[in-house]
Design a protein around this ligand. Structure first.
Ligand code: SR1
Ligand code: MG
Length: 396
């Protein structure tokens, strides 16, 4: 066993993860450590290490040099582990308590050692099981406002901001998003994965030039607009939650991009939940959608009033222009996410897990329809309440 001393990348086994953890000085000498690999994402190993004597735990996350979801034929940079750890720390400066604490970073082995969150549930799993998360929307609205405002030009000196843009340059992970969210689902591409019963709807998307024009505009925005340090993959699988706590994890896709991308991804994943639910259970999620935007926009606005360093901050109409642009982007990015989660490479369990064929296909058609409408109507939808009305009408 050389892993703790030899600094050359190799992926850990559970046994090696225990030895690695023992060398971190986070446990007492008589600790009885156990380990299980609990990663269910597409890209990494996640080892949960626990001391049976004290009950204390840590998470040891290791990036793999390829995308687990596809296999070794899809190589991926290990640098993303450092980006993720640094993003957790940077976001933690502004959204303390809403991200896990980072205990150690090992660049060579692409490992981040962090707070054990095993008392919480991944919110996608919880939402599918109709768990109640009364703090989810307000916490995420706050997280979005704090992290995105404080890393933007509205809060930072331009030198500091551009240093961060360079530190968080993340081309390989961005390329995954550029392909899987903005390009492949809108063309007949080999990475797409959809059920044969959806072919007519999918071909209608491929042939819809107006829709593709909106996606092209959003892709350009993603490629070129370094507005703030994004999480970059803020779906409900990137959030641990309970009735009383919310923690945002997994910012390995972090980079400087358009603010509406993070907001839109989260809302899209809530919209998926509205599609799979009925009655009062659906209303709970509709309220989450409304609250997320309300908290985000109110907090962002307050931070602007109290902390903005931009010379034009008091120019009449400027703050409203910025928030309006974020709202339009949010709707568009949410539309892209809904479509790619239905017909692209990376699906969501909320939809794929519906056992009854007819219901699953109808739900997926609904996701495509809502995605299309958000993309096509994003300039004319007047408010988050109008989004709720649209969702209610489509789901009657
Ligand atoms: C190959 S990675 C596929 C997807 O998983 C990640 O969580 C991102 O959402 C990415 O698009
Ligand atoms: Mg992830």
């Amino acid at each position: 066993m050389t892993i703790a001393t030899k600094k050359q990348y190799e992926s850990l086994t559970e046994e090696q993860a225990i030895i690695y953890a023992k060398n971190l000085n986070l446990f007492s000498n008589d600790a009885q450590l156990t380990c299980s690999e609990i990663g269910d994402g597409n890209l990494n190993y996640v080892f949960h290490i626990k001391d049976l004597r004290s009950g204390k735990g840590i998470i040891l996350k290791q990036a793999l040099p390829y995308a687990k979801v596809v296999g070794e034929s899809w190589p991926l940079t290990l640098k993303r582990a450092l980006i993720e750890a640094n993003a957790l720390k940077k976001h933690g400066e502004f959204a303390a308590g809403l991200v896990p604490e980072v205990y150690a970073i090992d660049e060579e082995l692409a490992i981040t050692v962090m707070e054990d969150l095993s008392r919480l549930t991944i919110s996608r799993e919880g939402l599918i099981g109709l768990e109640s998360y009364p703090k989810l929307a307000t916490d995420i609205g706050k997280y979005l406002a704090q992290t995105l405002f404080h890393t933007s030009d509205f809060a930072l000196h331009p030198f500091e901001k551009k240093k961060l843009v360079s530190e968080f340059s993340n081309p390989e992970l961005c390329k995954i998003t550029e392909d899987l969210i903005f390009t492949d689902p809108f063309f007949d591409h080999e990475t797409n994965d959809f059920e044969p019963s959806l072919r007519a709807e999918v071909e209608a998307i491929w042939n819809n030039e107006l829709l593709k024009l909106e996606v092209a505009k959003l892709k350009k925005s993603f490629l070129t607009e370094a507005e703030a340090l994004l999480h970059g993959d803020l779906h409900t699988g990137s959030i641990f939650a309970s009735e009383t706590e919310t923690k945002v994890i997994d910012p390995e896709f972090a980079f400087y991009g358009p603010i509406g991308f993070d907001v839109g991804l989260f809302l899209a994943n809530l919209i998926v939940q509205t599609i799979t639910r009925e009655g009062e259970q659906r209303d709970v999620i509709l309220r989450h959608i409304e609250q997320t935007w309300e908290v985000f926009s109110a907090d962002f606005s307050e931070l602007w009033e109290n902390k903005a360093v931009e010379s034009y901050k008091d120019t009449k109409g400027f703050k409203a222009y910025v928030l309006n642009k974020i709202f339009r982007d949010t709707l568009g990015f949410a539309g892209c996410e809904l479509i790619r989660r239905t017909i692209g490479l990376a699906h969501v369990k909320d939809l794929d897990g519906i056992v009854e064929d007819e219901k699953r296909i109808l739900s997926k058609k609904q996701a495509l329809r809502i995605g299309e409408l958000l993309l096509l109507k994003r300039e004319s939808i007047s408010s988050i309440q109008a989004v709720i009305v649209l969702l209610e009408e489509l789901q009657k």
